[in-house]
Design a protein around this ligand. Sequence first.
Ligand code: 0L1
Ligand code: MG
Length: 282
Amino acid sequence: MSAEQGTHTHHDDRATVARHAVAADAAALDQAQRTASPIAGRAAGAPSGLDAAYATQHALIARRTDRGERVVGVKLGFTSRAKAEQMGVADVILGTLTDAMGVDDHGRYDPRTAIHPRVEPEVAYLLGPGVEDELAEPDPSASIAAVAPALEVIDSRYRDFRFSLDDVVADNASAAAFAIGPWRRPADTGPMDNRAVSLEFDGRLVQAGSTAAILGDPGRAIAAARRLAGRHGFALRAGMILLAGAATAAVPLPATGVVGAEIAGLGRVSLRVGDGARTEAR
Ligand code: 0L1
Ligand code: MG
């Protein structure tokens, strides 16, 4: 065997091992989500780096779409300094939303489908036609069709929410569920850069913050999503939802009760957790 052939063989072996590790991690994360049982981490020997992590996320989502789920959008994670510090990472990441993760506004979410769910108030954007072609539409705000208050339920598939940046990217940015309030046209709402945000359990305030916590201005989420999508193999299309990021720290979801979020001048969104009975009544 020539030296060149030897190098090729070695390289092909490594590529095969890496492909198998990506598939095995995607299967383990998928199983952890479906059975609501945590895993300790990714497989030993899993390739490191963001490329492999996003490849694992795409393989995980492919398993879900093979079962009939539909991709309906993307989410940004770690968009606030407080959030990045809470989780010990320093980079914005992208995750994938499917229709199965969607809960109607005022709808019911069963927390037993998750391992250790947390909830956070967010701004959601509905992406318009310009989002598909950055050259034709360089102004990110021109590709916002609508804006709405949202709740995101996150649920790491890793035990104790312990993960590296690569790990959480592979785990689809901890995406579990989301609810979106009434959509408004951006022209009717004005700038979103510094709106008061509240998160309530059964009408009781549990977090207060500002939309400024989201990248300094949630409108920057469009450009951030475009940049990450282009780099990591996501297709952004008109009609997709973009969860821009959290306006406050994430709070453990109560076992039962009504979770609501309000964004000043934009509106409210809520979901009923468990049987929806008030927490105090239990
Ligand atoms: O939506 C988010 O900011 C979550 C990103 C993933 C990290 C986490 O589980 O907190
Ligand atoms: Mg979030």
